[in-house]
Design a protein around this ligand. Structure first.
Ligand SMILES: [Zn+2]
Ligand SMILES: [Zn+2]
Length: 141
């Protein structure tokens, strides 16, 4: 799902220079079935990446729309790679996130669209975060 080729293609499609750190960060996020915090990405990369470079890379990816933030009720910011097909910005807005209360992982349910909500006229929504909690398949067994 995240072959070296797909990683290169994604960087190219978003007009980003290919650097070893960018490739490694995108690979880590693409390969993970659940969202990762900056700290978790750092641990996956095994310490040979400078922390400032790592966080700058996450910021660049987020601004360019390769990854999106995943928010839950804690203060931890996690990131998930956007689906390969997606070209536009603001992806966290369009699908539901699921937090497993057993393993604490948060999954992108890319195939589940956030239901439309009708707001009173006085309110204008700017962002949408839709988080469900429960038990993931692995923790059900
Ligand atoms: Zn779980
Ligand atoms: Zn997501």
């Amino acid at each position: 799902m995240a072959s070296p080729d797909r990683i290169s293609q994604t960087l190219t499609r978003h007009k980003l220079r290919h650097t070893p750190v960018r490739r490694a960060v995108l690979q880590a996020l693409s390969a993970s079935p659940f969202a990762l915090s900056g700290h978790e990405v750092e641990q996956l990369l095994g310490g040979d990446v400078d922390r400032i470079t790592l966080y700058r890379t996450l910021k660049t990816f987020e601004e360019s729309g390769l990854i999106h933030r995943v928010i839950d009720t804690s203060d931890t910011v996690r990131y998930a790679a956007c689906s390969m097909e997606c070209n536009v910005h603001a992806h966290a807005d369009d699908h539901v996130h699921f937090k497993c209360t057993s393993c604490q992982h948060i999954y992108c349910l890319n195939q589940v669209a956030i239901p439309a909500v009708t707001l009173p006229a006085k309110f204008q929504a700017q962002t949408r975060d839709y988080l469900l909690a429960g038990v993931c398949q692995e923790c059900q067994e």
